[in-house]
Design a protein around this ligand. Structure first.
Ligand SMILES: [Zn+2]
Length: 327
């Protein structure tokens, strides 16, 4: 049992104006209240039509929301957390998703690996528990090149997914893999270095597939540009037999706050204003069309529906089921 009381978590933020923020988290990162390490299964299956999708957990990270949420007040954040029986700091999930598409295994994002401390970095373990090894993965669809979505690509300088092609939007590559990037934006120096370290080996090996359209990448899987959080941020839609799920990446980060108030932004946004506009549009569409949503930072498995209520939105988590039509 490891108690990291009063641990200091260094957040290398990637926002437009941002910097290095130090968030002091005065809880034990294992077990939070009582120091008990809570080992969870780390995977969850559902079916979209005839396609199995498996949520895989990278872990959770305690985050001091009062330090990272923007365009809000501590009072609003604390009240919305209390409405959800939570208090600051909050354990925020980091999720990825495995799509079992006919003869291909396709991952959407791949967690943080070692970059954010000991409570994250569990994607390979979660995949193995679900019955798969990283070597079996054929493709990884990256929503954006932030370290908690691409960190898992590389461990100790080696490709964790040696047989996978990595799909990333051209806008995202142009921004984060620009050799001049760090000199243009010194505030994001650490994020540019992480991008090189984690995506670089796949680029060198010719395994990065950059795309700049919303044409299908695989049967039933389409990228949808959603710039704001980062310049090339991308959703992925999976459709099969009349069912649809949209993988949101970092459209939003804190469900207890940002559904009640979609205008609340986060310091990690490269363009907060655009991110808030994208969020409102996506909430509206998801509520209107009623499709499934999978979101990297919503409480694991991060799968559910969005419902419009009064002027705002409500997150409705998936109903647990052990058979495929139990929705
Ligand atoms: Zn993220």
């Amino acid at each position: 049992m490891k108690n990291l009381k009063n641990s200091v978590i260094h957040w290398f933020l990637s926002a437009g104006t941002v910097f290095l923020l130090t968030a002091i988290v005065s809880i034990s990162v294992y077990g939070q209240a009582n120091g008990v390490k809570l080992d969870q299964p780390g995977y969850y299956r559902l079916a979209i039509g005839e396609i199995e999708v498996i949520a895989v957990s990278d872990g959770t990270l305690p985050i001091d929301l009062l330090q990272v949420l923007t365009n809000t007040t501590p009072k609003e954040v604390n009240e919305l957390l209390a409405d959800n029986f939570q208090s600051n700091p909050v354990a925020v999930s980091v999720n990825a998703y495995l799509i079992k598409l006919q003869d291909k295994l396709i991952l959407v994002d791949c967690g943080a690996a070692e970059l954010y401390g000991p409570t994250l970095g569990n994607i390979s373990t979660s995949l193995k528990r679900a019955g798969y090894t990283p070597e079996q993965i054929d493709a990884i669809l990256i929503t954006h090149i932030h370290a908690d979505h691409t960190g898992g690509l590389v461990s100790e300088g080696k490709m964790v997914f040696p047989n996978a092609d990595i799909y990333i939007s051209k806008g995202e590559i142009d921004f984060w893999l620009d050799p001049q990037g760090a000199s243009k934006r010194p505030d994001l120096k650490k994020s540019f270095a992480d991008a090189q370290a984690k995506v670089g080996p796949y680029l060198k090996a010719g395994k990065v597939k950059a795309f700049d359209s919303n044409k299908e990448l695989f049967p039933g899987i389409k990228p949808i540009p959603s710039p704001g959080h980062t310049p090339g941020h991308t959703f992925y839609a999976l459709e099969n037999h009349g069912e649809k799920i949209l993988f949101w990446g970092d459209l939003m980060h804190v469900e207890s706050v940002q559904f009640a108030n979609p205008s609340v932004t986060i310091a990690f946004d490269v363009d907060s204003e655009k991110a808030a506009i994208a969020r409102k549009k996506a909430y509206h569409e998801a509520a209107n069309e009623g499709y499934w949503v999978a979101s990297d930072h919503i409480s694991f498995p991060g799968i559910g529906h969005v419902k419009a209520e009064k002027k705002n939105y409500v997150w409705v988590p998936i109903n647990y089921s052990t058979y495929s039509s139990g929705q």
